[in-house]
Design a protein around this ligand. Sequence first.
Ligand SMILES: [Zn+2]
Ligand SMILES: [Zn+2]
Length: 255
Amino acid sequence: MEPKELWTGLLDLVYPTRCAGCDALDPHAFCGACRKELEPVRDIVCQRCGQPRVDWETPAGHCAACRHPRAFDQLRGAYVYSGPLRQAIGALKFRRRIAAARALAELLAEAVAKAEHLSLADLPLASVDLVCPVPLYPKRQRARGFNQATLLAEPLARALGVPSDPGLIKRIRDTRPQPGLSGDDRERNVAGAFSVVEGQHPIRGRRILVIDDVVTTGATASQCAAVLRQAGAAGVWVLALARAARPTEGMPPSA
Ligand SMILES: [Zn+2]
Ligand SMILES: [Zn+2]
């Protein structure tokens, strides 16, 4: 552990409630200022992948990412990946600020509780049988010490009253990090990177909810859904805590 991480870890012990977005001392998971900046996803341009509408001139239904085949029934993000949410996810993943995991799980639970007002309303949350996280490659998970998607999936599964199986999908190939790759490169990078491990929970005939921390184009989520479908899943939906709002690539520039 780096000295800075140790220091932050000690701060977490002494002051268990610092804002996950800006590190300010605050009794809440996110301070008032950061909370105001959180953007729940309400309007989307794509019914399939739930891409947030960031540009009001974009007609609904046009989605560059979903020109690629998508194996999930639907994908939805709870919040736009920006500002304090982006900071908190970065702190968890890259500075191992474990306390942020609780704040992020609370944020996800909050979005699920008011799903009817958000784009999450399209997910059949009340009727899924099983929850599982998007896995990390084992070597990457050992280096990080945890899978952030598992830390989100487990409390959510408890709230939904269904089991969570962190080992249901396995990453069988180490892939390059998706950020920085173009849409087509993202598809190629994760093709064939996953398989399923059927043990504890059968997949055939089950309705499965896959959880991830951040989704950008949905390429990774779709590969996870594809292996679940091949194993006989009756339906696969994806819920991401954060949904990156992409520029509307492939769209003609508006006048
Ligand atoms: Zn804050
Ligand atoms: Zn789409």
